[in-house]
Ligand binder design. Structure first.
Ligand code: SF4
Length: 284
């Protein structure tokens, strides 16, 4: 099971997204998936290119719209393992409306966000994850707005799986993605993935000095949502590991009365050949 393909990523040398790609490819293999069982839908941004770098089905979609496509895909073909992916600008600015509703809807999709606190593809503007005071070309006097906290938001929406990791910790990152893939329902995985070209503040070194691995916190219980929220607030969001998991919350699919085990893509259309031809002609 090799999830690598022959396409050479055109990310800058040292970009954190390389590790996310490697972790994703390993995680798919480690949980026993085959390439034809996986679909990756990505948004727009440097990180959005990831869907073209994995040996699996890939769809590089529209800015901020990876999640609606991914959810539709999962509902239509439940045999597929569906991953949505993109950057913090894609998911927490233009796509935030979809992120919020995907969390509360809880379709079985794994959402991996490459969070570099900047817009890299458009050459370095402030993103919704940039800290207050962050200076870029778009905010030369420093960002006035506060950064969004996606994990706090996800917890407030009673997300079933909330995790965070760091590009430098390939082992943890792979593990977290594996657990997200295994989780039944929506999983949000935010990854600190440094932009080495445009973000000179939130560097690998900066993260190494500031993040706290949840495994090192004595008595931390990731089934306790209140504790997860409190821990996040205490550490200004800079924690890594599986922050919260609720294994009891059923996915959206399981809640639909009469919903067939097989998604639409696998169901018998129950129409004659002539009706089918007529239908196809309408779309031609
Ligand atoms: Fe990565 Fe930044 Fe380069 Fe984009 S601009 S590929 S995010 S290092």
């Amino acid at each position: 099971k090799d999830f690598r393909n022959k396409v050479k990523p055109n990310w800058c040398p040292g970009c954190g997204d390389f590790s996310v790609l490697a972790a994703m490819q390993r995680a798919f293999a480690n949980v026993g998936l085959e390439p034809e069982e996986v679909a990756i839908v990505s948004g727009i941004g440097c990180s959005g290119r990831i869907s073209g770098y994995v040996n699996a089905y890939g769809l590089h979609g529209v800015h901020g719209r990876a999640l609606p496509i991914a959810q539709g895909l999962k509902l239509a073909n439940r045999d597929l393992t569906v991953v949505a992916s993109g950057g913090d600008g894609d998911g927490f600015a233009i796509g935030m409306g979809h992120t919020v509703h995907a969390i509360r809807r809880n379709v079985d999709v794994t959402y991996v966000v490459m969070d570099n606190q900047i817009y890299g593809l458009t050459k370095g503007q402030t993103s919704p994850r940039s800290a207050q005071g962050f200076q870029t070309k778009s905010t030369p006097q420093g960002s006035i707005e506060q950064a969004i906290s996606p994990l706090e938001l996800a917890l407030s929406l009673n997300a079933g799986f909330v995790a965070q990791s760091f590009s430098s910790d390939l082992k943890q990152l792979t593990h977290v993605i594996e657990e997200g893939l295994k989780h039944k329902g929506f999983s949000l995985i935010n990854v600190y993935s440094p932009c080495v070209t445009y973000n000179k503040i939130n560097t690998y070194e900066w993260f190494k000095q500031n993040i706290v691995n949840l495994d090192t916190l004595e008595g931390y219980d990731n089934a306790n949502r209140a504790q997860a929220m409190q821990t996040l607030m205490e550490h200004d969001g800079l924690v890594t590991g599986i922050l919260y998991q609720n294994k009891e919350r059923p996915p959206y699919e399981a809640m639909i009365k009469g919903f067939k085990e097989e998604g639409l893509a696998k169901q018998d259309l129950n129409i004659s050949e002539e009706q089918f031809d007529r239908l196809m002609a309408e779309f031609a």
